[in-house]
Write a protein that binds this ligand. Sequence first.
Ligand code: NAI
Ligand code: AKG
Length: 449
Amino acid sequence: MNDIISLIKSKDPEQREFHQAVEEVMASVQPVLERNPEYRQQAVLARVTEPERVIMFRVPWMDDDGQVHVNRGFRVEMNSAIGPYKGGLRFHPSVNIGIIKFLAFEQVFKNSLTTLAMGGGKGGSDFNPKGKSDAEVMRFCQAFMAELFRHIGPNTDIPAGDIGVGAREIGFLFGMYKKLRNEFTGVLTGKSLNWGGSLIRPEATGYGTVYFAAEMLATRGETLEGKTCLVSGSGNVAQFLTEKVLDLGGKVLTLSDSSGYIYDEEGIDREKLAFVQHLKNIRRGRIGEYAETYRNAVYTPLDPLLDHNPLWNHTADCAFPCATQNEINEVDGKNLVNNGVQLISEGANMPSVPAAADLFVEHRLLYAPGKAANAGGVAVSGLEMAQNSMRLSWPRGEVDDRLKQIMHSIHKTCVDAGESYGVQGNYVAGANIAGFVKVVNAMLDQGLV
Ligand SMILES: NC(=O)C1=CN([C@@H]2O[C@H](COP(=O)(O)OP(=O)(O)OC[C@H]3O[C@@H](n4cnc5c(N)ncnc54)[C@H](O)[C@@H]3O)[C@@H](O)[C@H]2O)C=CC1
Ligand SMILES: O=C(O)CCC(=O)C(=O)O
């Protein structure tokens, strides 16, 4: 095990996020390897940590002033043992190959937990959509798809959205794919409703993260009714997560973006949430404007010199990180524990650094890692694929019921896997073990390929 981690680090020393994701999974699956000696002989660790394919390409595009720019595009096709590659695209200036590899690696085990037949992949670009006109975003998406189209397909690899990629970008990407292939097919998910999208897909990641939280609370005979919640981010996941917390009687106190966060002691009600949705999805403004409109709220700009994020230093019952990786550092982790937070359900992918995650497990918090808690998004993408194949659209209630059922099943799978390996109540170990065993057994069934 240590040999594999050392090898990965020596091969790609700069891919820190990927090392972090691998180390977390490896730590959990040690007992699985002890029970299954054939896994070693079959080198499953080396195989599962090496992507099946890495695609990196140039994306040249022109801005509104006629200036040409060049960005880098990526698609990591990590593992197709249980289905075609599936996972989102991220457009953000921080994107690099290490970040895409970590996301693709997490996606393999997440997709395995959903009960649906989906392998794992992820892609994106270091393109920054912030401040770009719609026409510039369209030209970028078209240039990105002009290369990506030859690597994807409805039975091969089906991308979707992630940070910086929402309905607008999926539309531009789909239009270019259709033109190049002369084919109207379910090659992307997160499509708009009137041309192949699924009801509940936009809501699914946020709703699913709350459904998973409700499942965890139920193990202690509790519900979200009356619970105070800290939420980070203010994008797709954070918005619909806030909506579902409100539906279930909870109170959301915070939201954030990369400039800072707002704290609203009275809670973010439906009217305030609609304001945030308009601010973020239409006007594409900063979260600080919330406090200019709702004067009781306090806006705190991000201070890069602070050793912690004050958003995580408020008294609350639950925390839902929904922004980005490693947004909860060790000090934040200690603050959450010391402030009496009982539940952490991760809407974002790998938002807690390992030291913080270890603290949550040690203090026996109800702590759900992203690959279990936020799997509702990709699960409803899988349902969108099923509807596209049948040329049918299911009603909202039906998709939502299936989402609830899937989150219930993921929760049970994590609990059962934890129990069968003697780590009761540890959702990190449970998710990693269950996700891993299904994927590596499928790989072994299919021989050395
Ligand atoms: N959209 C989806 O269906 C899924 C998303 N996720 C994860 O959820 C998280 C949020 O994604 P979306 O809401 O889709 O993206 P989005 O682009 O709609 O929103 C991202 C939010 O995070 C904030 N953010 C991004 N980078 C930040 C940084 N460095 N510091 C502080 N805030 C930052 C942005 O300001 C924005 O509020 C990501 O970790 C993503 O990988 C996970 C599963 C599915
Ligand atoms: O819906 C999808 O295919 C991708 C969702 C995603 O990127 C994720 O789960 O992190």
